[in-house]
Design a protein around this ligand. Structure first.
Ligand code: TRP
Length: 504
């Protein structure tokens, strides 16, 4: 009785495509646009697809099925789902949503706000002849080091406010009217914008050479272990695994759901999207190398360097409609980023609502205010350093450690075949024993190799040339504080046993 009453109150996706688009929206983020193609270029071009697709099938899709299956069975957010497995493991669910919400999203929104500012700058190509100096000296006014905080960059604060307002608006309106509706607009729009960018790119002189550099396979690179590690870590970051997001999104699925098929669709669309965007990115880089007569290797870059320096430079060089191109490019980044950031705000909110039964609207509103305030440190003149350090620790260690625990707890302690039976009960596409092997052995093994080698590298040389003190105080301690809060929240008692919401 209680079970059905609770299930009844749980929000649900209105349409199946709405769920798929929201999950794809979470998975497709800045990483797909500014990182994937660079990884390909650096790691053997087309040959990189071998480790990438291997990682997709060995850990990506199996973990996606695991998270969606867990959320579907437990009908709860990550904390509620792990608490249903055992109260002992509830902290893990909290830790995931806390360090992503009070870590990754804080700087992710700042980056979205830079994209938003650059969208406006595109109207008059404000970065001028030297986008590098414009970005670091004029726009960010980067200070000397992480402890030279300097002033808050007021210009950026305005776009940051807008980003958090949009985050708030979308999540506040709830699952159907907010997230589902927003993603139903965002995702098709993003696909159209990117398609225009790619086809526009194809037409530019030099595009062919650029794309060849991106995809020309060099199979000898496959002997390098780092290439494989890059593939594995990219896969689970790009699919938003280990964030607790897919668990929450899946908890809003109807009982009759195709878990395996949906996981394949979400993962497949995400990876094809990355591959496709790469064509546009390298076509434009090829064009830039062609017009400035420099080798393509000297114009290639990733992440911040690609979006805020290389692309602005290329946009200024375009023969026609350069401003429109800028708006399309930065608009795509904003949309891709927002659809990811709202997903974790939802995942955190649903954790709090599941446990404390506060009003959803109050939770979202307070969360967004805290989120905005927390982001401010990344808008100071030392923001770029903080962003770099926090990102390094949270993604290289936080996510990896959380995903190792997740696969071990669900694979060995809860037992993956229990979840497999649940999934097979509802899915027409059946999972077999290989899935258990992926969850119990392949995933933890691959993740442990990544973790250990990051640690070895960390200890042998300080990341990014920062002082040890900065790395410890900003990076390591960020992880420790979030873990501490996770344990604190997890130790609070549940008003209603989380297992009551479970599907038997
Ligand atoms: N998958 C996204 C990417 O490739 C990252 C991401 C997903 C994310 N969900 C998020 C980042 C929530 C921050 C918050 O870029």
């Amino acid at each position: 009785m209680k079970n059905s009453a609770l299930a009844h109150h749980r929000p649900q996706w209105k349409t199946h495509i709405g769920f798929l688009l929201a999950a794809v929206g979470s998975a497709i983020g800045l990483g797909n646009i500014w990182r994937f193609s660079y990884l390909c270029y650096k790691n053997g071009g087309g040959a990189f697809l071998v480790p990438y697709i291997t990682a997709l099938f060995i850990v990506g899709i199996p973990l996606m099925i695991l998270e969606i299956g867990l959320g579907h069975k437990m009908r709860g957010s990550a904390p509620a789902s792990f608490a249903s497995v055992s109260r002992k493991w509830e902290w893990l669910g909290w830790w995931q949503v806390i360090f992503v919400m009070f870590g990754i999203v804080l700087y992710y929104s700042v980056v979205i706000s830079w994209c938003l500012s650059f969208l406006f700058f595109s109207f008059n190509l404000s970065w001028g002849q030297d986008p590098n100096a414009f970005f670091f000296k004029k726009f960010l006014m980067v200070s000397k080091g992480p402890f030279n905080i300097g002033d808050v960059r007021t210009g950026i604060i305005f776009s940051l406010l807008l980003v958090w307002f949009l985050n708030w608006l979308i999540v506040f309106k709830g699952v159907q009217k907010g997230l589902e509706r927003a993603n139903k607009i965002f995702m098709p729009l993003l696909f159209i914008l990117i398609a225009i960018i790619v086809f526009w790119g194809f037409k530019l002189p030099g595009a062919r050479e650029g794309i060849l550099v991106y995809l020309r396979p060099d199979f000898t690179r496959l002997m390098d272990v780092r290439v494989w590690m890059d593939a594995f870590s990219q896969i689970f970051f790009t699919l938003s695994l280990g964030f607790g997001i897919m668990i929450a999104y899946a908890s809003y699925l109807p009982v009759k759901s195709e878990i395996v098929r949906d996981s394949l669709i979400i993962s497949g669309v995400n990876c094809l999207f990355s591959l496709f965007v790469g064509l546009g990115v390298f076509a434009v880089l090829g064009y830039m190398a062609h017009t400035t007569s420099v080798p393509i290797s000297s114009v290639v870059s990733e992440s911040i360097g690609l979006a805020f320096i290389a692309f602005p430079k290329a946009i200024s060089l375009l023969p026609a409609f350069s401003r429109i191109f800028g708006v399309l490019f930065f608009g795509s980044l904003v949309i891709a980023g927002l659809s990811s950031s709202v997903s974790i705000i939802e995942a955190f909110t649903s954790g709090i609502v599941d446990k404390f039964h506060y009003s959803r609207k109050a939770v979202v509103s307070s969360l967004v205010v805290c989120g905005f305030l927390g982001s401010v440190i990344f808008v100071t003149q030392a923001g770029l350093y903080w962003l770099d350090i926090v990102d390094h620790f949270l993604t290289q260690y936080g996510l990896v450690i959380a995903a190792i625990f997740e696969s071990i707890i669900l694979g060995w302690i809860y037992k993956s075949n229990r979840l497999r039976q649940h999934i097979n009960h509802y899915s027409s596409w059946r999972l077999r024993g290989w899935w258990d092997i992926c969850i119990k052995v392949a995933a933890p093994l691959a993740l442990t190799v990544i973790l250990v080698s990051s640690l070895v590298e960390e200890l042998s040389c300080a990341y990014g040339g920062y002082s040890r003190l900065a790395l410890v105080l900003i990076g390591r301690d960020w992880l420790i504080y979030t873990l501490f809060f996770a344990i604190l929240v997890a130790s609070h008692h549940w008003k209603i046993d989380p297992r009551e919401r479970m599907l038997s």
